[in-house]
Design a protein around this ligand. Structure first.
Ligand SMILES: *Cc1c(COP(=O)(O)O)cnc(C)c1O
Length: 354
């Protein structure tokens, strides 16, 4: 793929690596490529990061034909830069796009584009502990037309931002509210895709949870409001009487790269991982009878997020005395160890950016 490069006149000032926060500082450049029905993908370019212009009738602004991905580039102790399972993000975006009737962006082009941009932005990949370069590929319809249909023009873009640890206070357990009224996804819908529309519909649940002093929502299945599915931006796992439970990938839950990696590690360590439906009643019961040992969310942004409290209607359970669990900590240490190149990668998950 030929990638055109448009240089910036003045580079941005880089933020203090100790106060990066999450998603606040965009890097100097972005990757852009256009798709039209006539020509397919064309004009790959890395250009100065900045505003783009859209027609007011742009399909995306009205009908939300938009998908995205989230991944990171990590700096190793030797100063090298590596990605983590980037083909999984590329494949997931293909699945998201297929569901939303958007064109396919091939896996090899996706990985090549990510690598090319990260190479240009190498100076932006931070080196402080637990920092990384967050990478956000996304695609959307650009055609201006108000009829609902499959659009004839799209843009694929990648922007990046250096990020610190997702939780500024360190990995402390969070409080989670089980949402019993609103739903995020139903079978046959778009729950398994990473699309903006899923998030637009979930913000009300998040606002409700925050009002009650909870930091995230645990969604139940949309049909019965009975089985636990996932948290706002994370998959979720439960350790009950020594075994791990997590929702199956059946069309409603997002197939997380972190979820998949954790399952590999857990099975390797001899744990039984049940990818099966777990009812919220059984979960709360386990919380009360002492068999619910650990609960944690998994996702690229936070890696792992221990859960210290669950609330379902008026019932509240505390997990592991509101402390991070032993297994949760081991998973965090192992996965981040591989991602930052501190531990050997026997799974072949890391991909160097030369
Ligand atoms: C991105 C995302 C996840 C986590 O996926 P990872 O690939 O592990 O980052 C989980 N749930 C939802 C809804 C997501 O959007």
């Amino acid at each position: 793929m030929d990638i055109r490069f448009v240089k910036r006149d003045v580079l941005k000032e880089k933020p203090d690596q100790k106060h990066l926060g999450f998603g606040k500082y965009m890097t100097d450049y972005m990757f852009v490529m256009d798709w039209t029905k006539e020509d397919g993908w064309k004009d790959a370019r890395i250009v100065p990061e900045g505003p783009i212009s859209l027609e007011p009738a742009c399909v995306t602004l009205h009908y939300a034909q938009e998908t995205f991905e989230g991944m990171k580039a990590y700096r190793t102790a030797e100063g090298k830069i590596q990605l983590f399972r980037p083909e999984m993000n590329a494949k997931r975006m293909i699945n998201s796009n297929a569901r939303l009737c958007m064109p396919e962006f091939p896996v090899d082009m996706f990985v090549e584009a990510v690598k090319a941009l990260v190479k240009v932005e190498a100076d932006w990949v931070p080196s402080e502990p637990e920092t990384s370069l967050y990478i956000r590929p996304f695609m959307f319809a650009t055609e201006a037309a108000l009829g609902v249909h499959m659009a004839s023009a799209y843009k694929f873009m990648i922007i990046c931002c250096p990020v610190g640890a997702y939780y500024a206070e360190g990995i402390n357990p969070v409080k989670i509210l089980v949402e019993d009224e609103l739903v995020r996804a139903v079978k046959g819908g778009t729950g398994f895709t990473k699309c903006g529309g899923n998030y637009a519909g979930s913000i009300l649940g998040q606002v409700k949870a925050e009002k009650l002093g909870y930091s995230q929502v645990l969604w139940l299945d949309g049909e019965h409001r009975k089985y636990v599915e996932e948290v706002g931006t994370m998959n979720i796992m439960f350790k009950i009487a020594g075994e791990i439970y997590t929702a199956p990938i059946e069309g409603t839950v997002l197939p997380g790269v972190t979820r998949d990696s954790m399952i590999h590690l857990l099975r390797d360590w001899g744990y039984k991982v049940n990818e099966t439906r777990l009812s919220v009643d059984d979960l709360m019961k386990a919380g009360h009878d002492g068999t619910l040992e650990e609960v944690f969310g998994t996702g690229t942004a936070a890696v792992i997020s221990p859960v210290g409290e669950l609330r379902y209607k008026d019932d509240v359970v505390t997990i592991n005395d509101f402390k991070i669990g032993e297994l949760t900590q081991k998973l965090y240490d192992t996965l981040t160890g591989i991602q930052w190149g501190k531990l050997p990668d026997k799974y072949g998950w890391t991909v160097p950016v030369e």
